[in-house]
Structures are given as C-alpha cells and as structure tokens.
Design a protein around this ligand. Structure first.
Ligand code: PLP
Length: 224
C-alpha cells in the first residue's frame, strides 16, 4: 500500500518538476510519519523512501528504538521544538528544520553533534504559533551561522491551512525570496495539499504525510 502511494506521489513530483522546468533530483521527498508506527516507516523504507519527518521528540524516541538500523535513512525534525528537548532531538535527528530562536539554536549547538538546520519562518503572524518572524530572521541567520556545530542549509515554512493549493503560493514565493536574499539554498515547503505548487515555487524539500501514510489520528497528549 505504501509502495503504491509512493509511486503515485513520485509521478506527481515528476510532472510538477517538468511543468516548472526543474529536474526531479532537485527535490527531496520527506515522508512525514508522525503518529504512524515504526512498521510504517520500515515499509516505506523498504519501498525506497530515505527521508522521514517527525514532529514529536518523545514519540519518535520510542519508534527510533524499534526501528533499529536503517542504512542511508535521514530523519528530519519538522515539529515545534522546545529548548529543553534540544539535546535529545540532536541525538535523534540528522536535520532540524524548525530552529526559530537564538536560544534554541544555542541549545542545539551545545549538544555537540554536527547538525544540518533550517530556520522556520512565520509568514502569517495571526495564525502560526511557531517560527521566526521576517523581522527576526536576519539576526537569527547570523547567529546560527556563527555556531560551530550547526550548518545552516535553508528555510522552512508552514503556511495557514490552505482551502485550495493556490492559497499557499504567496507564502512559498515569499520564502523563496527570503532564502535567495540570504544566500540559502534549501527551501522546505509543501505538504499533501499543496506540494505541487511548492515545487513550482522552488521547493527543494517537500514534506508529505497523508498522501503516503494515510490519514492520522490526532496526537495523544503526552506525545510531545
Ligand atoms: C504533518 C506535517 C506535514 C505533513 O502533512 P500532510 O498534510 O499529512 O502531508 C508536513 N509538515 C509539517 C510541519 C507537519 O507537521
């Protein structure tokens, strides 16, 4: 089932890339496996998926232990990260996509492991709870760049829930402009509902959950 879903997504990624005059290799598909069991991650891995996104440190800690060795797999933290969980997150993940404060960046840096990071940008002040504002961004970029264990790769955004995929386009476009202005190459944007628009606007990482793993139950309290 997951293999079929992946094949369909793959086709849609290729079509969107072609429409945008881009190469498929420029786009990394991240399968978002939050709330899904370790067995689902393994099934997707066996179908060829190598990048996984998770939102809750504690939930993933349990699953990571069940997963054992998955050579070549890369795990991305894509959920809001509290500073007090930075150390555990640094151990569990290869990429942290949700750096949104100097304080969190400092904690991650202090964990002593080399990490690739993205800064989460909040482009819709009223609706999003996490992410750095555009005003905060230049100072945060400078701070992260000065940290020896953090390698700043790009920006990530989670727009307000779109009614139609087109609703996300202005946010994706703005993220692309900000990344270009700061010389950052990775753009993590686009989910099940809007990843094709994201590809058209330059996404280099798309984060797709539902279309690969199916619908989710809401998170249990204590997961975070
Ligand atoms: C859950 C989640 C996704 C995936 O959402 P789907 O709509 O299931 O594809 C992507 N990014 C983030 C930050 C998420 O929390």
């Amino acid at each position: 089932m997951i293999a079929d879903a992946l094949a369909k997504i793959e086709e849609r990624i290729e079509q969107a890339a072609r429409r945008a005059g881009r190469r498929r290799e420029e786009i990394t598909l991240i399968g978002v496996s939050k709330i899904k069991p370790a067995a689902a991650i393994r099934e997707a891995y066996e179908a060829g998926l190598r990048h996984f996104g998770e939102n809750y440190v504690q939930e993933f800690q349990t699953k990571r232990a069940e997963l054992g060795n998955l050579p070549g797999a890369t795990f991305h933290m894509i959920g809001h990260l509290q500073s007090n969980k930075a150390r555990v997150a640094a151990e569990l993940f290869d990429v942290i996509q949700t750096v949104d404060s100097v304080r969190l960046a400092r904690r991650l840096n202090e964990a002593g492991k080399r990490l690739r990071v993205l800064i989460e940008v909040r482009l819709s002040p009223e609706e999003a709870k996490s992410g750095a504002s555009e005003q905060e961004l230049p100072a945060l970029i400078e701070a992260v760049r000065s940290m020896e264990n953090l390698e700043l790769r790009g920006l990530m955004v989670m727009p307000p829930w779109p009614e139609t995929p087109e609703d996300s386009r202005p946010y994706f476009r703005r993220l692309q402009e900000l990344a270009a202005a700061h010389g950052l190459s990775e753009l993590s944007m686009g989910m099940t509902g809007d990843f094709e628009v994201a590809i058209e606007e330059g996404a280099t990482m798309i984060r797709v959950g539902t279309a690969i793993f199916g619908k989710r139950k809401p998170p249990q309290t204590g997961d975070r």
